[in-house]
Design a protein around this ligand. Structure first.
Ligand SMILES: [Cu+2]
Length: 187
C-alpha cells in the first residue's frame, strides 16, 4: 500500500500548484516515486533528449520519468563494457555490448514502465517511467513532489515506486481542497 497526500498550495484558478508526499506501506518516504495526473485532454509532448549515465557500475539517475516519444541517451562512461537491455511492460530493447565513450539511444514511444538491466552486471538496474501527460514529477529522498500549473478538473492520479507498489485513483483537482489518498496496491 502506498499513500499519498496532495495539497493544492496555490489556489490560482484555473490552474493549481500541487505538492505533497508519497509514503510506502511501512511509512517510509517513497524515494524516487513517480506521480502523474492523467486526463483525456492532457496529452504530453516529447521532452528534449534525456540521459541515463553508466558510471561507477551504476545507472544514473536510477529512476527517470519521461513523456511519450522522448529519446533517452545511454552513454557508457565506465572503463568496462556494458550491455543495457530492457525487460517488462512497455519497451523491449537490447543494445548489445558497448564500450566506454559510446552512447546508445532509445525512443520511449509507449506509456509504461521499462526496467533496464545490464547482462554483465546484475547489480545494475534503472527504471524509465514513460507517461502520457505533462503533469508528472519524481519524488525526492523525502518522498516529496511538486507539480506546477495543473489545470483544475478531473484526473486519475497514478503513483509508481520500484518496490512494486502502485496507486491509481480518480481525483478532482479544484485548486483549493487538499486531497488525501490511501490506496491498496493494484494487483
Ligand atoms: Cu554493466
Amino acid at each position: 500500500m502506498l499513500s499519498i497526500f496532495v495539497a493544492a498550495i496555490v489556489a490560482g484558478l484555473p490552474t493549481a500548484e500541487l505538492s505533497g508526499d508519497v509514503r510506502l506501506a511501512n511509512g517510509r518516504p517513497a524515494k524516487d516515486a513517480i506521480v502523474w495526473f492523467e486526463a483525456p485532454g492532457a496529452k504530453s509532448t516529447p521532452m528534449k533528449r534525456q540521459k541515463i549515465d553508466q558510471r561507477d557500475m551504476r545507472f544514473s539517475p536510477h529512476v527517470l520519468a519521461v513523456t511519450v516519444d522522448t529519446w533517452v541517451d545511454f552513454p557508457n562512461n565506465d572503463t568496462v563494457f556494458h550491455n543495457v537491455f530492457s525487460e517488462y511492460h512497455s519497451q523491449r530493447f537490447d543494445f548489445g555490448m558497448y564500450p566506454k565513450g559510446q552512447t546508445k539511444s532509445q525512443k520511449f514511444d509507449r506509456a509504461g514502465v521499462a526496467v533496464l538491466l545490464c547482462t554483465i552486471h546484475p547489480q545494475m538496474s534503472a527504471y524509465v517511467v514513460c507517461v502520457d501527460t505533462p503533469y508528472f514529477a519524481k519524488a525526492d529522498a523525502r518522498g516529496r513532489f511538486h507539480i506546477a500549473n495543473v489545470p483544475t478538473g478531473e484526473y486519475r492520479v497514478k503513483v509508481w515506486h520500484e518496490s512494486g507498489e502502485e496507486l491509481s485513483q480518480s481525483i478532482a483537482v479544484n485548486g483549493v481542497d487538499p486531497i488525501r489518498l490511501q490506496i491498496h496496491r493494484r494487483r
